[in-house]
Design a binder for this molecule. Structure first.
Ligand code: AMP
Length: 131
């Protein structure tokens, strides 16, 4: 079972931002900016472009709803989306509130936030989801 499958199943703790039956969203533990969120399918699968078309479409619609919540919680120019998957072999979309293009640079130093700050960020996004 991948680490992200365990997170979606609640076997490993995470800072939950949103969920439905098929997908789960939680904070990236090494955020580039406040509100940096990961969106995953609960179903274990590695490469996003191995997804069937209809599942990929539902995944993106879920990511869109999470992005809307992120933008309300953390006002930004736009929420950027990136797919890397070089570290964790479980499909995931990075959603990153951007003030400028520089915020999407994965070589940037990561923020070091306390668990209280992370929880407050996740709660803020969660409270905006589906509002
Ligand atoms: P990549 O597979 O290249 O998209 O990178 C994996 C991302 O997952 C990185 O940004 C990590 O900080 C993040 N990550 C890894 N483990 C965890 C975890 N347990 N909880 C939250 N984020 C994680």
């Amino acid at each position: 079972m991948s680490i992200f499958s365990k997170i979606a199943a609640g076997e490993i703790p995470s800072y939950k931002c949103a969920e439905n039956e098929e997908f789960y969203a939680f904070l990236d533990i090494n955020p580039l900016v406040k509100g940096h969120t990961l969106v995953i399918p609960r179903r274990e699968m590695d490469y996003i472009f191995d997804m069937e078309d209809d599942e990929l479409a539902r995944f993106e619609v879920f990511a869109k709803k999470v992005a809307v919540a992120i933008k309300k919680a953390f006002p930004c120019v736009k929420v950027g989306q990136a797919v890397l998957g070089l570290e964790v072999p479980h499909a995931h979309i990075h959603l990153i509130p951007m003030q400028s293009e520089k915020d999407m640079n994965f070589a940037n130093p990561k923020l070091n936030l306390s668990s209280e700050e992370m929880q407050a960020i996740a709660d803020k996004i969660f409270s905006m989801y589906n509002v």
